[in-house]
Design a binder for this molecule. Structure first.
Ligand code: ADP
Length: 255
């Protein structure tokens, strides 16, 4: 798509022609379209828990409402919806900060294996509930040059996905060096991802199994956040998966 700008050309104070500039604005339009889509999707995601809360508050507020069992059920459902909103708003804020071009990373020499250990400590209960085994395969003692807080967020997102999308088996956490690249891997033996979904999983709010994602409190923004953080580091993320067998996420950071 082009935008034309015409500039009159004067010679000796007289109109002698016209200069027409064509500017390619497809990228700007594409950006605007994506932003509109994002706002529409985000509003939709926010609306769902808000409607549930609204409906329940209305019922609980009725003068003739007098059912302690339903009241308890409603309150526990409402707590879940509030938690969902909390995660969603936090993730939205984080993603919008990351999409600014001037993301400030606080990079330092960082022990990624220690970050993996920290993530395991905070998620082991979730893994234990499903009797999942977490195996550590750390093959390097080198440091990675990265922002530790953001890298912990990446690892937490990948590990919690591995737990969410597995019903049994082992989750393996790996670190190693490949020439000058620091490699981190999170591999699971979970439900896997079909070929047709592989590219879309990094899109905002894309969920292969909507019910499963929502059930486990997913905002649909975990992988987009992961990708933004890795790209801000100048690194890249790959995914390999066999449907029904498991998934491997691999991050490469240039050291
Ligand atoms: P969600 O909050 O839904 O987990 P994500 O952005 O983290 O959002 O992931 C997007 C989708 O990618 C998920 O809904 C799920 O369908 C798929 N996915 C992510 N990680 C895995 C995994 N380890 N195994 C299988 N599917 C996965």
């Amino acid at each position: 798509e082009f935008q034309a700008i015409s500039i009159p050309v004067l010679a000796k104070s007289k109109y002698s022609g016209c200069l027409v500039l064509f500017q390619d604005i497809s990228k700007t339009l594409e950006g605007e379209k994506m932003q509109k889509r994002f706002i529409a999707d985000a509003s939709h995601e926010l609306k769902t828990p808000i409607s549930v809360l609204k409906g329940m508050v209305e019922i609980l507020n009725r003068d003739d409402f007098d059912d302690p069992i339903t009241e308890k059920e409603f309150l526990s459902q409402m707590a879940k919806e509030v938690q969902r909103l909390d995660v969603l708003v936090k993730d939205l804020l984080q993603l919008s900060r990351l999409s600014l071009s001037n993301v400030i990373l606080e990079r330092e020499k960082c022990d990624v294996c220690a970050l993996f250990d920290k993530a395991c400590d905070s998620l082991w209960k979730n893994a234990q509930k499903k009797q999942l085994n977490i195996q550590k395969d750390y093959q390097t003692l080198e440091y990675a040059f990265c922002d530790p807080k953001r890298m912990l967020q990446v690892i937490l997102n990948l590990l919690s996905n591995a737990i969410k999308y597995s019903d049994s088996g082992t989750i393996t956490l790996r670190t190693r060096m490949e020439t000058t690249y620091y490699i981190l891997e999170v591999e699971d033996e979970g439900c896997g991802i079909q070929k047709k979904d592989m590219e879309k999983i990094f899109d905002r709010f894309y969920r292969v199994d909507d019910a499963r994602s929502r059930q486990s409190g997913g905002s649909g923004l975990g992988l987009p956040i992961v990708r933004s953080i890795i790209e801000a580091h100048g690194g890249n993320i790959e995914v390999e998966s066999t449907y029904g067998k498991g998934t491997l996420f691999r991050i490469k950071l240039k050291n």
